[in-house]
Ligand binder design. Structure first.
Ligand code: GRF
Length: 186
């Protein structure tokens, strides 16, 4: 039985949510940060903080083979919960099944609205007055698992996708650690 309080974070880029998760870890410990992009800026930050960092380029790799390698790394670190934080790669059915119920993700919309990409542009285009972010359990269907928490932000008539993204991102940094701190105790 793996300890759910041992958290592995998967990133592909800047890693601002990863930083928020490391900085506000009350009920869990971030034991490894892993990336499918060796140049991801978030990796350096993790290393500087003394968090183990691992990376392997996923481009061109066999999907399931890659995921089995990644899974073995997480298991080596005794990971019990995986938090996706800007991990721009769809996990294989094998991986999702292997870690079923133990992977969560943050998504920049109020799910079930706007699964997938370009969430802010789509919310503005639709004339929505409220946007936000959601933390959900990862299942095989993209952005469709059980929602564990939402944070709402207002959408202003002057908003562009960029200004809305910045406001939503700030709310992600509040919501994600809060939900993960609760999730690991379930
Ligand atoms: C965030 O907007 C997150 O909701 C989405 O990807 C972005 C990652 O940003 N899944 P960062 O790498 O955490 O800064």
């Amino acid at each position: 039985m793996r300890d759910p309080r041992r958290v592995g974070i998967l990133i592909s880029g800047r890693g601002s949510n990863m930083r928020a998760l490391v900085e506000r870890a009350d009920n869990y410990e971030v034991v490894v940060v892993a990336s499918n992009k060796p140049q991801a800026p978030g990796l350096e930050w993790a290393k500087e903080r003394g968090v183990a960092a691992w990376s392997l380029e996923s481009k061109g790799a066999d999907k399931e083979e890659y995921d089995r390698t990644l899974s073995a790394v997480l298991e080596d670190h005794g990971v019990g919960t995986i938090a996706l934080a800007g991990f721009m790669r769809i996990l294989s059915p094998w991986f999702v099944e292997h870690w079923a119920g133990r992977i969560i993700n943050i998504h920049p919309s109020l799910l079930p609205k706007y699964r997938g990409l370009d969430t802010h542009a789509r919310a503005i285009e639709a004339g929505d007055k409220v946007g936000g972010c959601s933390v959900h359990v990862v299942t095989e269907e993209l952005d469709a698992g059980l929602v564990l928490g939402h944070a709402e932000v207002p959408i202003k008539s002057s908003d562009t996708p960029a200004t809305l993204e910045a406001r939503v991102l700030a709310s992600e940094h509040q919501l994600y650690p809060k939900v993960l701190n609760e999730f690991v105790l379930r």
